[in-house]
Ligand binder design. Structure first.
Ligand SMILES: [Fe+2]
Ligand SMILES: [Fe+2]
Length: 481
């Protein structure tokens, strides 16, 4: 274990430990889904999309018809609710042609739901006691860097998914960057990624049905139907990357599946110009007197090292998030944004013009003066587990360690200076930080005081490697010995 002490606080980053042997997940996931189902899951949605706050989704082979959802209501009656086909993104040629996606809002008062015999979450929980948090999960395949997708110790998403499901969370938050198979497997790396689907030639985006099966629906199978999913868009789901799949499979809004669909401009198939989609809230009931509001910001676009004109395009999403998170006596709020506001990366990534790799510049500029309403900011994007505390601002939690190739294990000395994002706009230097470069996820449990949570940082086998406490907008972590 390496440690660095700094003047204003303590940063501890630990080398990834030898992998703890995990159970064989194949035994738990090898059953064939009924009636051709490839996947079935429930997605948390704003109340404008579903009065119950939850949608049922199914992914099937193309050529089949959408099944119905069989719902048992609290009064004991049974209803069959037709699922409607979610429009396949247009102009995507054969990229998504193998699949059919079906969706319907679940009714208020459901206590059990199943699709072709497969049970899916029927309702948002009446009381959230366990919240699973994770992000950055796909297996990286690019022309310059390849992860070992064939070795579950090197790409442990299926193990993490199994461990999350075993924890029986009430809600699972997936904080973006699902899709990493952006290039054909290099011929020199076939031992690592020979079967990986690559970009379809001629398409102005990198994802495909088979890519999403490999990066998401197969490895995440153990947890996808374990609890309602809160889903956040990452930069890997930008329109010229995995955005089409994101909007087709996961975005909870009904008219969004063509958000990233390309169009012909001067005869050339072209991805849409990047723009964030509107912020929306998801409310989680903690108790009869306590609600956690998640304000979900789309930070798939923008620049990380320095502020760009995109910050002004992004700013309305943080204005919307702040307006919907005004503190109430019975409500606390977390800001969910894939790109962190206050995270700092390893100095290995530093350059002379960017000596401290704060991230993300555009997000921090766009959110300037708009962060006072949150108890915590939850992000991913950096492939580590990190907590950063700036004086007078909500703590930043980063969990980008759910399977994607991890960041360097060293170079995380506490930055001595704050983060300048514009004239007269310099965030204060961090008071403290904690971090670890290890695959895993977190389990969050509400404590009795309003706004208070316990976070268990878990490794791929579901063992705690650190515990954290959130109280009075301060998040403090310590390693588990
Ligand atoms: Fe990432
Ligand atoms: Fe990212």
């Amino acid at each position: 274990m390496a440690s660095n002490s700094a003047r204003l606080g303590v940063v501890v980053f630990a080398l990834s430990a030898l992998w703890v042997a995990a159970p064989d997940v194949n035994a738990a996931t090898s059953s064939v889904e009924p009636a051709g189902l490839i996947s079935a899951y429930s997605v948390a949605a704003p109340r404008t999309e579903a009065a119950s706050g939850l949608l049922a989704r199914a992914v099937l082979p193309a050529g089949l018809t959408c099944p119905s959802v069989q719902v048992e209501l609290r009064n004991g009656s049974i209803r069959d609710i037709a699922m409607l086909e979610r429009p396949r993104p247009v102009n995507t040629s054969s990229a998504f042609a193998p699949l059919l996606v079906c969706s319907t809002p679940l009714p208020v008062g459901a206590r059990r739901a199943s699709i072709a015999g497969k049970v899916v979450p029927a309702a948002m929980p009446a009381e959230v006691q366990r919240l699973a948090l994770l992000g950055d999960s796909g297996c990286r395949v690019t022309t310059w860097e390849v992860q070992d997708c064939s070795d579950p110790a090197q790409w442990p998403l299926s193990r993490i998914s199994h461990s999350v499901a075993k924890d029986k969370p009430d809600v699972i938050v997936l904080n973006g960057d699902f899709f990493y198979r952006e290039a054909p497997c290099p011929t020199t790396q076939e031992a690592l990624c020979a079967a990986s689907p690559g970009q379809i030639p001629g398409m102005p985006f990198t994802d495909s049905a088979y890519g999403w099966l490999a990066d998401v629906f197969i490895p995440m199978a153990p947890m996808l139907s374990a609890a309602p999913l809160v889903v956040v868009r990452g930069n890997h789901e930008a329109c010229d990357r995995g955005g089409n799949g994101y909007f087709y499979f996961f975005d909870p809004r009904r008219d969004t599946s063509n958000t990233c669909a390309p169009s012909f401009i001067d005869g050339v198939l072209t991805a849409p110009t990047m723009a964030p989609t509107p912020t929306y809230p998801i409310d989680l009931k903690i108790s009869s007197k306590r609600t956690l509001r998640l304000a979900i910001v789309d930070s798939s676009g923008g620049n990380d090292p320095s502020v760009s004109p995109y910050a002004a395009i992004q700013r309305p999403t943080y204005e919307q998030a702040s307006a919907m998170s005004v503190p109430l006596a019975d409500r606390e709020s977390w800001l969910l944004t894939h790109r962190p506001i206050f995270g700092f990366a390893s100095s290995v990534f530093a350059t002379s013009s960017d000596p401290i790799v704060w991230g993300s510049a555009d997000q921090a500029a766009a959110a300037w003066g708009l962060l006072g309403n949150y108890d915590m900011i939850f992000s991913s994007h950096m492939h580590i587990a990190e907590v950063v505390q700036l004086p007078g601002l909500p703590p930043q939690l980063i969990l980008g360690n759910a399977g994607t190739l991890l960041d360097p294990v060293s170079g995380y000395a506490l930055p001595a200076h704050g983060f300048n994002v514009g004239p007269g706009q310099t965030y204060p230097a961090p008071r403290s930080a904690w971090g670890d470069v290890k695959f895993g996820y977190a389990l969050a449990t509400p404590q009795s005081a309003p706004g208070a949570w316990r976070l268990q940082m878990r490794d791929q086998a579901g063992q705690d490697f650190a515990t954290c406490g959130l109280r009075y907008t301060t998040l403090y972590c310590r390693a588990v010995k």
